[in-house]
Design a protein. Structure first.
Length: 267
Protein backbone atom coordinates (compact mmCIF):
# COMPACT_ATOMS: atom_id res chain seq x y z
CA UNK A 1 0.00 0.00 0.00
CA UNK A 2 1.35 3.41 -0.99
CA UNK A 3 1.98 5.59 2.06
CA UNK A 4 0.12 8.87 2.30
CA UNK A 5 0.97 11.97 4.28
CA UNK A 6 -1.76 13.17 6.65
CA UNK A 7 -3.05 16.62 5.78
CA UNK A 8 -2.03 19.34 8.23
CA UNK A 9 -3.81 22.65 7.61
CA UNK A 10 -1.39 24.71 9.72
CA UNK A 11 1.67 23.37 7.89
CA UNK A 12 0.05 23.81 4.49
CA UNK A 13 -1.06 27.37 5.23
CA UNK A 14 2.27 28.41 6.75
CA UNK A 15 4.22 26.85 3.88
CA UNK A 16 2.04 28.55 1.27
CA UNK A 17 2.29 31.95 2.94
CA UNK A 18 6.03 31.64 3.49
CA UNK A 19 6.63 30.66 -0.14
CA UNK A 20 4.54 33.61 -1.34
CA UNK A 21 6.15 36.04 1.13
CA UNK A 22 9.73 35.11 0.31
CA UNK A 23 9.07 35.22 -3.44
CA UNK A 24 6.64 38.09 -3.91
CA UNK A 25 7.40 40.08 -0.76
CA UNK A 26 10.84 41.40 -1.82
CA UNK A 27 9.45 42.57 -5.17
CA UNK A 28 6.52 44.29 -3.45
CA UNK A 29 8.93 46.14 -1.16
CA UNK A 30 11.04 47.19 -4.16
CA UNK A 31 8.01 48.50 -6.07
CA UNK A 32 6.93 50.42 -2.97
CA UNK A 33 10.39 51.94 -2.55
CA UNK A 34 10.55 52.86 -6.23
CA UNK A 35 7.25 54.75 -6.00
CA UNK A 36 8.22 56.39 -2.71
CA UNK A 37 11.76 57.43 -3.64
CA UNK A 38 11.59 57.72 -7.41
CA UNK A 39 14.46 55.28 -7.96
CA UNK A 40 13.98 53.26 -11.18
CA UNK A 41 13.59 49.50 -10.93
CA UNK A 42 16.70 49.16 -13.10
CA UNK A 43 18.74 49.77 -9.93
CA UNK A 44 16.93 46.81 -8.36
CA UNK A 45 17.90 44.81 -11.42
CA UNK A 46 21.54 45.83 -10.98
CA UNK A 47 21.54 44.56 -7.40
CA UNK A 48 19.85 41.35 -8.49
CA UNK A 49 22.41 40.83 -11.26
CA UNK A 50 25.27 41.29 -8.79
CA UNK A 51 23.86 38.52 -6.59
CA UNK A 52 23.31 36.17 -9.53
CA UNK A 53 26.85 36.65 -10.82
CA UNK A 54 28.66 36.72 -7.47
CA UNK A 55 26.80 33.77 -5.95
CA UNK A 56 25.01 31.68 -8.57
CA UNK A 57 27.74 31.94 -11.21
CA UNK A 58 31.02 32.46 -9.35
CA UNK A 59 30.57 30.91 -5.88
CA UNK A 60 27.83 28.32 -5.47
CA UNK A 61 28.87 26.06 -8.41
CA UNK A 62 32.03 25.11 -6.49
CA UNK A 63 30.89 25.87 -2.92
CA UNK A 64 28.03 23.36 -2.93
CA UNK A 65 30.06 20.38 -4.32
CA UNK A 66 32.90 21.23 -1.94
CA UNK A 67 30.46 21.28 0.96
CA UNK A 68 29.10 17.86 -0.07
CA UNK A 69 32.64 16.49 -0.14
CA UNK A 70 33.71 18.14 3.12
CA UNK A 71 30.52 17.23 5.00
CA UNK A 72 31.34 13.58 5.80
CA UNK A 73 34.82 14.59 7.02
CA UNK A 74 33.29 17.04 9.49
CA UNK A 75 30.88 14.56 11.01
CA UNK A 76 31.35 14.31 14.75
CA UNK A 77 33.70 17.29 15.03
CA UNK A 78 32.04 20.42 16.36
CA UNK A 79 35.09 22.61 15.81
CA UNK A 80 35.68 21.48 12.24
CA UNK A 81 32.03 22.18 11.60
CA UNK A 82 32.41 25.74 12.83
CA UNK A 83 35.61 26.10 10.77
CA UNK A 84 33.63 25.20 7.66
CA UNK A 85 30.90 27.68 8.61
CA UNK A 86 33.58 30.36 9.04
CA UNK A 87 35.13 29.57 5.66
CA UNK A 88 31.74 29.67 3.97
CA UNK A 89 30.86 32.93 5.70
CA UNK A 90 34.11 34.50 4.51
CA UNK A 91 33.68 33.47 0.87
CA UNK A 92 30.07 34.70 0.91
CA UNK A 93 31.18 38.07 2.20
CA UNK A 94 34.12 38.32 -0.17
CA UNK A 95 32.20 37.46 -3.34
CA UNK A 96 29.07 39.44 -2.53
CA UNK A 97 30.68 42.62 -1.21
CA UNK A 98 33.28 42.85 -3.96
CA UNK A 99 30.40 42.19 -6.33
CA UNK A 100 28.49 45.10 -4.80
CA UNK A 101 31.47 47.38 -5.36
CA UNK A 102 31.65 46.27 -9.00
CA UNK A 103 27.93 46.87 -9.35
CA UNK A 104 28.25 50.45 -8.16
CA UNK A 105 31.37 50.94 -10.27
CA UNK A 106 29.91 49.79 -13.58
CA UNK A 107 26.12 49.46 -13.27
CA UNK A 108 24.92 52.25 -10.96
CA UNK A 109 26.77 55.33 -12.23
CA UNK A 110 24.17 58.08 -12.65
CA UNK A 111 23.39 58.47 -8.96
CA UNK A 112 24.99 56.93 -5.89
CA UNK A 113 22.83 58.08 -3.02
CA UNK A 114 21.00 56.67 -0.04
CA UNK A 115 17.88 55.99 -2.06
CA UNK A 116 19.75 54.15 -4.83
CA UNK A 117 21.79 52.25 -2.23
CA UNK A 118 18.59 51.00 -0.61
CA UNK A 119 17.17 49.88 -3.96
CA UNK A 120 20.46 48.22 -4.89
CA UNK A 121 20.35 46.27 -1.63
CA UNK A 122 16.71 45.35 -2.15
CA UNK A 123 17.65 43.88 -5.52
CA UNK A 124 20.57 41.89 -4.13
CA UNK A 125 18.69 40.55 -1.12
CA UNK A 126 15.41 40.24 -2.97
CA UNK A 127 16.63 37.91 -5.69
CA UNK A 128 18.48 35.88 -3.05
CA UNK A 129 15.19 35.40 -1.23
CA UNK A 130 13.38 34.43 -4.42
CA UNK A 131 16.00 32.03 -5.79
CA UNK A 132 17.40 30.38 -2.66
CA UNK A 133 14.37 30.43 -0.35
CA UNK A 134 11.14 31.10 -2.23
CA UNK A 135 11.71 28.55 -4.98
CA UNK A 136 12.78 25.95 -2.41
CA UNK A 137 9.62 26.55 -0.38
CA UNK A 138 7.42 26.28 -3.47
CA UNK A 139 9.15 23.01 -4.31
CA UNK A 140 8.53 21.76 -0.77
CA UNK A 141 4.89 22.83 -1.04
CA UNK A 142 4.44 20.98 -4.33
CA UNK A 143 6.01 17.84 -2.85
CA UNK A 144 3.85 18.13 0.28
CA UNK A 145 0.65 18.44 -1.76
CA UNK A 146 1.57 15.45 -3.92
CA UNK A 147 2.35 13.31 -0.87
CA UNK A 148 -1.01 14.23 0.65
CA UNK A 149 -3.08 13.70 -2.49
CA UNK A 150 -1.32 11.29 -4.86
CA UNK A 151 2.10 10.08 -3.66
CA UNK A 152 2.31 7.53 -6.48
CA UNK A 153 2.89 10.40 -8.91
CA UNK A 154 6.41 10.77 -7.55
CA UNK A 155 7.29 7.27 -8.78
CA UNK A 156 9.82 6.71 -6.01
CA UNK A 157 11.01 3.39 -4.57
CA UNK A 158 8.96 2.44 -1.47
CA UNK A 159 11.85 2.92 0.94
CA UNK A 160 12.66 6.36 -0.50
CA UNK A 161 9.00 7.35 -0.34
CA UNK A 162 8.81 6.19 3.28
CA UNK A 163 11.77 8.39 4.20
CA UNK A 164 10.27 11.37 2.38
CA UNK A 165 6.92 10.93 4.13
CA UNK A 166 8.69 10.66 7.48
CA UNK A 167 10.62 13.87 6.79
CA UNK A 168 7.51 15.75 5.70
CA UNK A 169 5.60 14.48 8.73
CA UNK A 170 8.09 16.21 11.00
CA UNK A 171 7.41 19.65 9.52
CA UNK A 172 5.90 22.32 11.76
CA UNK A 173 4.18 25.56 10.84
CA UNK A 174 6.73 27.47 12.92
CA UNK A 175 9.50 26.30 10.58
CA UNK A 176 8.05 28.36 7.76
CA UNK A 177 7.24 31.33 9.93
CA UNK A 178 10.93 31.26 10.80
CA UNK A 179 11.82 31.31 7.09
CA UNK A 180 9.85 34.51 6.58
CA UNK A 181 11.34 36.16 9.67
CA UNK A 182 14.86 35.21 8.56
CA UNK A 183 14.26 36.75 5.12
CA UNK A 184 13.10 40.04 6.63
CA UNK A 185 16.31 40.21 8.65
CA UNK A 186 18.43 39.14 5.66
CA UNK A 187 16.87 41.72 3.34
CA UNK A 188 17.52 44.46 5.90
CA UNK A 189 21.11 43.25 6.21
CA UNK A 190 21.67 43.37 2.45
CA UNK A 191 20.41 46.94 2.32
CA UNK A 192 22.82 47.86 5.13
CA UNK A 193 25.78 46.19 3.37
CA UNK A 194 24.93 47.97 0.13
CA UNK A 195 24.97 51.29 1.98
CA UNK A 196 28.35 50.46 3.56
CA UNK A 197 29.91 49.63 0.17
CA UNK A 198 28.37 52.83 -1.20
CA UNK A 199 30.75 54.75 1.09
CA UNK A 200 33.61 53.75 -1.24
CA UNK A 201 32.17 56.30 -3.65
CA UNK A 202 30.92 58.78 -1.07
CA UNK A 203 34.18 58.91 0.89
CA UNK A 204 36.62 57.78 -1.77
CA UNK A 205 38.13 54.80 0.06
CA UNK A 206 37.96 51.11 -0.87
CA UNK A 207 38.44 50.17 2.80
CA UNK A 208 34.67 50.31 3.09
CA UNK A 209 34.55 47.13 1.02
CA UNK A 210 36.82 45.48 3.59
CA UNK A 211 34.46 46.62 6.33
CA UNK A 212 31.49 45.22 4.42
CA UNK A 213 33.25 41.87 3.94
CA UNK A 214 34.00 41.73 7.68
CA UNK A 215 30.42 42.70 8.50
CA UNK A 216 29.10 40.00 6.17
CA UNK A 217 31.44 37.41 7.62
CA UNK A 218 30.38 38.13 11.20
CA UNK A 219 26.70 38.18 10.27
CA UNK A 220 26.80 34.83 8.46
CA UNK A 221 29.04 33.15 11.01
CA UNK A 222 26.95 34.25 13.99
CA UNK A 223 23.62 33.57 12.28
CA UNK A 224 24.53 30.12 10.93
CA UNK A 225 26.69 29.06 13.87
CA UNK A 226 24.11 30.34 16.33
CA UNK A 227 21.33 28.56 14.48
CA UNK A 228 23.27 25.30 14.77
CA UNK A 229 23.64 25.79 18.52
CA UNK A 230 19.98 26.76 19.02
CA UNK A 231 18.46 24.26 16.61
CA UNK A 232 17.42 21.90 19.41
CA UNK A 233 15.10 24.62 20.74
CA UNK A 234 13.20 24.88 17.49
CA UNK A 235 13.63 26.56 14.11
CA UNK A 236 12.03 29.84 15.16
CA UNK A 237 14.34 30.12 18.18
CA UNK A 238 17.34 29.24 16.01
CA UNK A 239 16.63 32.17 13.72
CA UNK A 240 17.03 34.59 16.64
CA UNK A 241 20.78 34.15 16.12
CA UNK A 242 20.44 36.65 13.30
CA UNK A 243 18.79 39.26 15.52
CA UNK A 244 22.00 41.08 16.64
CA UNK A 245 23.10 41.80 13.08
CA UNK A 246 19.52 42.76 12.15
CA UNK A 247 19.62 45.45 14.84
CA UNK A 248 23.08 46.56 13.68
CA UNK A 249 21.74 46.75 10.12
CA UNK A 250 18.93 49.07 11.19
CA UNK A 251 21.52 51.29 12.86
CA UNK A 252 23.68 51.32 9.71
CA UNK A 253 20.70 52.29 7.56
CA UNK A 254 19.78 55.14 9.93
CA UNK A 255 23.42 56.33 9.89
CA UNK A 256 23.72 56.18 6.09
CA UNK A 257 20.50 58.13 5.61
CA UNK A 258 22.17 61.23 7.07
CA UNK A 259 25.18 61.09 4.73
CA UNK A 260 25.56 63.08 1.49
CA UNK A 261 25.31 61.43 -1.91
CA UNK A 262 28.42 60.63 -3.90
CA UNK A 263 29.27 63.01 -6.73
CA UNK A 264 28.11 61.74 -10.12
CA UNK A 265 30.96 60.44 -12.31
CA UNK A 266 31.96 62.54 -15.27
CA UNK A 267 31.35 59.70 -17.67
Amino acid sequence: MTPALPFDFAVTAALTLAAAATTLGPMAVAVWWSKRSGVPMSVWGAGALVFIVSQCVLRLPWQIPLGMWVGPHLHGSRWLGFAWIAASAFTAGLFEEVGRWAGYRWLVKKERSFRTGVMFGLGHGGVESMVLVGMTLFGTLATYVILVTAPSLLQLPPETLDKLVKTMSSLHAGDFVASSVERVMALTFHVACSLVVLQCFVRGSKWWVVLAVAMHFVADFVAVGGAVELKSYGTLVAETAGLPMFLVSIGVIAWAKRLPAAPSPAS
